[in-house]
Design a protein around this ligand. Structure first.
Ligand code: NDP
Length: 294
């Protein structure tokens, strides 16, 4: 079997066009484009690279992007005050806290300073709580999850774009971080999949992976998931970003996997490109919601 490649760039192009339309409608109505502020502490090259790539993505569709670079040794109270200031700034619709943050900063305090309505990375406990309490798709909406972390939201967008059925299927998620694995499991559950979440203490990971109709790698371990861990015909979403001898590879052994899976996202060019677009979606959503409240 040779798997169908789920092209994230193609899905991202289509979604970007929708975001651009909504952002344009917002600007026409409110006289300014939706805008995000990105807070970076210190000069970590990875964070700086991500910031530049976000600036390009937001700029390309005419949305506002405001970088705030703060000194590495900034006092926690001062950083919290900066985030509180952005949280009440009416010209700021979304706030991104770029990682890594220095070890002397308590992330819990920082998250608390973030307005949940501007939390476009979906890291505030209120937003994760809303996602956990959201009614399953097809049932009356109890809680609107609204701001969901962009990476898992992007994975779901790829499944939707390629018409992958989810309801009733067994989804196996390898990884349980607060920004990828756990919210992904909640989104799949909400879409009526039966979900198993695996982590570093899971026993016999290969056997569990082999039961997944939808298998998601969100680990950060190069080519951990082998071809013979995959159920024949399964849909494989690879969120991993790993570097082996300068080459970017995923959590799935891609070549072997394409012989077994029915559909698979490549790395690069799979879940990555859609993540940025989902972040822009979140900024537009946040802007629309706040504008309606004001
Ligand atoms: P974390 O390091 O926060 O979480 C990794 C998870 O994998 C943990 O739950 C950990 O388990 C689990 N794990 C580690 N080793 C194993 C193992 N051998 N077997 C099973 N489970 C294991 O990573 P993130 O969630 O932040 O990121 C995951 C990957 O996704 C990374 O490669 C990251 O670069 C990538 N990423 C991709 C994005 C995209 O746009 N595509 C965006 C963000 C991240 P435990 O909880 O027990 O420690």
């Amino acid at each position: 079997m040779t798997a169908t490649i789920l092209d994230g760039n193609e899905a991202a192009r289509s979604l970007r066009a929708e975001v651009e339309t909504r952002a344009g409608a917002f600007e026409a109505r409110y006289g300014r484009a939706p805008a995000v502020s990105a807070v970076r502490v210190g000069d970590d090259p990875g964070a700086a690279y991500y910031e530049r790539s976000l600036a390009r993505s937001f700029g390309r569709i005419g949305m506002g992007f405001r970088p705030h670079t703060l000194p590495l040794h900034i006092a926690e109270a001062e950083l919290v005050a900066q985030v509180e200031h952005l949280s009440v700034d009416p010209e700021v619709d979304g706030i991104i806290l770029l990682e890594p943050l220095p070890p002397h900063i308590d992330r819990t305090n920082l998250k608390r300073a973030l307005s949940p309505g501007k939390d476009v990375d979906g890291i505030h406990p209120l937003n994760i709580g809303r996602l956990a309490q959201a009614a399953p798709v097809g049932r009356p909406q109890g809680v609107d999850p609204c701001l969901v972390p962009a990476t898992p939201a992007g994975g779901m967008a790829i499944l939707r774009y390629y018409d992958v059925p989810i309801a009733g299927r067994h989804a196996v998620v390898v990884g349980r971080s607060n920004i990828v694995g756990k919210p992904l499991a909640l989104l799949l559950l909400r879409a009526n999949a039966t979900v198993t979440v695996c982590h570093s203490r899971t026993r016999d990971l290969a056997t569990i992976c082999r039961t997944g109709d939808i298998l998601c790698g969100a680990v950060g371990s190069a080519r951990l998931i082998k071809g013979d861990w995959i159920k024949p015909g399964a849909v494989v979403l690879d969120f991993g970003v790993n570097f082996v001898e300068g080459e970017m590879v995923g959590d799935v052994a891609f070549q072997e996997a394409t012989e077994v899976a029915g559909m698979i996202t490549p790395v690069p060019g799979g879940t990555g490109p859609v993540t940025n677009v989902m972040l822009m979606w979140n900024v537009v959503r946040a802007a629309e919601r706040q504008a309606q409240v004001i």
